[in-house]
Design a protein around this ligand. Structure first.
Ligand code: ATP
Length: 704
């Protein structure tokens, strides 16, 4: 009913209510009586402008045109497709020519037959015969007259055609030879095509396209109704159109996209939980069916994308940085592709990265990507720690300033030392930034410009793969967790990027202070809500981000949160061993050219065993020696354990002792070979005995 209709003036609710109150003595005081809740004002539709403002604007330029990489990929694909089809048919040209030659006589006979049928109007013959059989004289006369008329004018046309053909033939006879060839070729092609059997086309099939059924609203509704979600079934039983489609189902990349409004009270999470049933209802492989939520609109808005082929099986383009000579860490880098085949980028500056999954689903492969990006930037520093010791990151060791791999306490301790160093590095960097003038560093943070220009503020990417083995370590875990939390909170603005990967994201193996403060999260397949929420953030599971829906085949496929406004499903780029080695070789070359490879402290390659180094050093210093030169220590250690310390240099020993807080000082002493006294680098015995005591105290405390 229209409110301006003079027949139906707007209802005066106020008056009715007052009248009603007079009759039934309704209390009108709204504090202690029923209130009229559905007021006319509330029933009004929102004004045009308000709804327009909330409307979702479709992108003007399609996504594949907006991204340079995607445009390049689409153009490359199109060129490749056209090239393939052209080459395929070019090779078969002789075969096609032969086919045409053999088919041309049949085509000629067909053409002549057709011509005579047309000339004598033979199509109508059957009807004329029928009128003879039924002895319908009038109809027969009509048809015969029509036939005579037709045959007359068709005969005249035929005479002209024949004349034209004769003149043509004459011209060919007197014209140059190539005319004859040209006309014969055209005639063979035309009659060859006309003579082709209907079931055997002339051209072979250059590209076999997989046949996939289109997605329709009926199919979607049917699939949703077999999920066993009570809310959906009841709503459909009451009203067959209870499931709404706010936008037409469209082709989106290599698949279909359906925007679906689930019935009231049903959430997208309930559908995502039953992704396998949904796939079965749609009659598609599981890897093709990707339900997503759009919580900005409503928890019941489902965006269903159904791919033509399973995501894990579809061909992924190569990593776009495969050919790059150098890379800039400050720029977003391609991390993977989404189900629609579009590139997904992540940024490293000002964020930390957490990657989690059950074993064997692509954590190490995912961790390698930011590591390689940092490695390919000759001015960035990379640290790598692998606490499971399977050697997944070994190929990258060459470009790491610090690297350790192993599942022993040594590696865990090295990890702890690295975290202590990172903490100290944070303080150093903060001090540098504080000293910088405000116009150079207005936001008190490392900018790409500062990272490039100022020594000590370069990007530092520190990777801790299988970090659960560090954080759950009985001896070093607690301190490591506390340090990691502090670093994560501090380091973002200071150019330090922590990348953590874990296969056991629970409170013990991943301190909540760490998991709560990471900016970029990538969750591959996990088994439960707890792990899911530890990696993706609290309430993620409830909000429909469920990495539990990934199946056995979804290797390298996970939810990426924090890289864009919305969570994205991403399949990471997978680089095999030889490819990684190639990239590392290129990174090494770039670093050599830039003179940054030499920055690696000798400690990174040393084979010094940390657990005995302190004790061994203390053992070779006599109790009456307060200070000892480094070279004396190196010589004595080599004498103590030649196989272990035989190749040890002063620099390596210094670097190996540094993480324990032992620094070298000037020591006055006498050279035993020359008898001359001199001031050289050395260490104090007390520093070493303090470090041993501190270590024993820690171990004792842990054991207690
Ligand atoms: N993006 C990807 N695409 C395809 N396959 C992948 C991808 N990422 C990983 N895989 C496959 O998964 C396997 C396991 O990967 P990876 O070693 O990185 O897993 P992980 O989670 O680190 O395992 P673990 O916890 O045992 O160390 C790889 O060997 C590879 O075959």
């Amino acid at each position: 009913m229209h409110s301006e209709d003079p027949q139906h003036p707007p209802i005066d609710w106020q008056r009715h209510e007052e009248e009603l109150a007079d009759v039934v003595q309704l209390p009108l005081d709204d504090t202690d009586g029923p209130v009229l809740v559905d007021t006319p004002a509330a029933q009004e539709k929102p004004r045009f402008g308000a709804t327009m403002r909330r409307g979702e604007r479709r992108p003007v330029v399609p996504s594949w045109l907006r991204s340079r990489a995607e445009l390049a990929y689409t153009l490359r694909w199109s060129a490749g497709y056209v090239g393939h089809v052209a080459a395929y048919h070019a090779l078969r040209l002789p075969k096609y020519a032969l086919k045409l030659v053999f088919r041309a006589p049949v085509g000629l006979v067909k053409a002549i037959g057709g011509f005579f049928r047309w000339l004598f109007d033979l199509e109508g013959e059957a009807v004329r015969q029928a009128t003879v059989r039924t002895e319908d004289a009038e109809a027969y006369l009509k048809l015969s007259r029509q036939r005579d008329r037709r045959v007359r004018w068709r005969g005249i046309v035929a005479v002209f055609v024949l004349l034209a053909l004769l003149i043509g033939a004459g011209a060919l006879a007197v014209g140059p030879q190539w005319w004859t060839w040209a006309v014969s070729t055209v005639a063979v092609i035309v009659f060859g095509v006309a003579g082709a059997p209907a079931d055997r086309p002339l051209l072979d099939t250059a590209v076999v396209r997989p046949r996939v059924a289109a997605l329709t609203s009926d199919i979607v509704v049917r699939a949703l109704s077999v999920l066993g979600v009570a809310g959906i079934n009841q709503a459909i039983a009451k009203h067959p159109k209870a499931i709404g489609f706010p936008a037409p189902i469209t082709r989106d990349g290599p698949g279909w996209r359906a925007d679906v409004d689930l019935p009231l009270g049903v959430t997208v999470g309930e559908v995502m939980d039953r992704r396998d049933k949904l796939a079965s209802g749609l009659g598609r492989p599981l890897g093709c069916v990707w339900p997503e939520g759009n919580a900005d609109i409503s928890p019941s808005r489902l965006v269903l994308w159904v791919g033509d082929e399973p995501m894990a099986a579809s061909r992924q383009p190569g990593w776009p940085l495969l050919k790059a000579a150098t890379v800039d860490v400050a720029k977003p880098f391609p991390f993977g592709t989404d189900p629609r085949g579009r590139l997904v980028h992540i940024e490293l500056p000002y964020t930390n990265v957490l990657i989690g999954s059950i074993p064997g689903y692509g954590k190490t492969a995912a961790v390698q990507l930011p590591m390689l990006v940092a490695a390919l930037d000759p001015h960035a520093e990379v640290w790598g720690y692998d606490f499971k010791g399977t050697g997944g990151l070994d190929p990258l060791a060459k470009v790491c300033t610090r690297y350790a791999s192993g599942m022993d306490d040594d590696t865990a301790e090295a990890g702890l030392m690295a975290l202590r160093e990172l903490r100290a590095e944070c303080q150093r960097r903060a001090a540098i930034i504080k000293r910088l003038p405000k116009d150079v560093c207005p936001d008190n943070k490392v900018t790409p410009e500062l990272a490039r220009r100022i020594k000590g503020l370069h990007w530092l990417v520190a990777v801790f793969d299988e970090c659960q083995d560090l954080f759950a370590n009985a001896e070093f875990g607690k301190e490591a967790g506390e340090l990691a939390e502090k670093i994560i909170k501090l380091a973002r603005a200071l150019g330090i990027i922590l990348v953590l990967a874990t296969q056991r994201p629970d409170a013990k193996s991943l301190p909540t202070g760490v998991s709560a403060n990471v900016g970029t999260r990538f969750c591959l397949r996990v088994m439960g809500q707890l792990e899911n929420d530890m990696v993706l953030g609290t309430s993620s599971y409830r909000n429909g981000l469920r990495a539990t829906m990934f199946t056995k085949k979804d290797k390298g496929v996970g939810y990426l949160v924090g890289a864009a406004d919305e969570a994205q499903i991403v399949r990471t780029f997978y680089l095999d061993g030889p490819t990684v080695e190639q990239l590392v070789a290129r990174a090494v070359a770039a670093r050599q050219a830039a003179g940054t490879l030499t920055e690696r402290p000798a400690e990174a390659t040393t084979t010094v065993r940390r657990e005995t180094l302190l004790e061994d050093t203390l053992a070779v210093i006599r109790a009456d020696e307060p200070k000892v030169w480094m070279e004396t220590l190196v010589a004595r250690l080599a004498g103590l354990r030649p196989d272990m310390y035989g190749d040890l240099t002063r620099e390596q020993l210094g670097a190996a002792l540094k993480p324990y807080g032992i620094t070298t000082t000037q020591v006055w002493g006498t050279d035993p070979d020359t008898g001359k006294s001199a001031n050289r680098r050395g260490v104090e015995r007390s520093a070493i005995s303090d470090a041993v005591a501190e270590r024993n105290r820690r171990r004792g405390g842990q054991a207690a």
